[in-house]
Design a protein around this ligand. Structure first.
Ligand code: AP5
Length: 223
């Protein structure tokens, strides 16, 4: 299965992707996480991306397309779920071309729809583990011990781009540059809007419903 998860910053893409990969045995390709790993390692790519990320702007398309094409090539046969990529119509076009050159295509696009005020509450309350990357929320998805990661006992941190000013820029960038990607896919792929204002478990149930139906269709085609 080749899945694209779209949605505003803080819509819950990462949260849902972790549950998807657990259930369907896919690999989770989060462009934001990959960029943050580059930054943590101090690579050239990480250095180039830093200023864009810290201001809430998008990293240039050519950097992102090359980085994600490398990751997709390494993905297992079972498939992948893309989180945070593509984020512009240009990136979506390049992704389609790269997949088509291998006789592949995106099977399904899930568009997590959330209101801007919900996004603000989610981003300002998000805390994550600097070691394993687990994501929590100070009110919605609390760790067992306040401020501490359930998996490895490490102190949770707030992402540097979750402050109010950068958050507003990220949201603006999303409406301007990423929302058109949904329409791009409506012309060529199965696109489903998911009401992601609901709590994480209710949202997961809606996501799984669509993916279970896809698995059924793909199995029927194979048999
Ligand atoms: P990236 O890391 O991709 O950030 P994002 O898309 O802005 O998404 P987030 O990670 O902020 O949110 P999410 O939707 O995954 O939500 P989460 O599950 O954490 O990108 C960062 C930067 O990198 C960009 O600004 C850009 O500069 C650059 N970049 C990345 N990809 C790029 C690309 N393709 N092109 C160019 N530049 C690129 O949930 C949020 C919070 O809410 C958590 O605390 C969670 O616990 C909680 N929560 C989740 N779901 C629910 C729910 N249903 N109910 C209640 N709480 C919930």
């Amino acid at each position: 299965m080749r899945i694209v998860l779209l949605g505003a910053p803080g819509a819950g893409k990462g949260t849902q992707c972790k549950r998807i990969v657990e259930k369907y045995g896919l690999v989770h390709l989060s462009s934001g996480d990959i960029l943050r790993r580059h930054r943590a390692k101090g690579t050239e790519l990480g250095k180039k991306a830093q200023a864009y990320m810290d201001s809430g702007a998008l990293v240039p398309d050519e950097i992102m397309v090359e980085m994600m094409a490398d990751e997709i090539k390494k993905a297992p046969k079972a498939g992948f779920v893309l989180d945070g990529f593509p984020r512009t119509v240009e990136q979506a076009g390049e992704l389609d071309k790269a997949l088509a050159s291998n006789g592949q295509k995106i099977d399904i696009v899930l568009n997590l729809k959330v209101d801007d005020n919900v996004v603000a509450q989610r981003m300002t309350g998000r805390r994550s583990c600097p070691k394993c990357g687990a994501v929590y929320h100070i009110e919605n998805l609390k760790p067992k011990v306040e401020g501490i990661c359930d998996n490895d006992g490490i102190e949770l941190v707030q992402r540097t781009d979750d402050g109010l000013e950068v958050m507003a820029n990220r949201l603006k960038t999303y409406h301007l540059q990423t929302e058109p990607v949904v329409d791009y896919y409506r012309d060529s792929s199965a696109v489903y809007d998911i009401d992601a204002n609901k709590d994480a478990d209710e949202t997961t149930a809606l996501v799984f419903e669509k993916l279970d139906a896809l698995v059924k269709v793909l199995n029927e085609i194979q048999n």
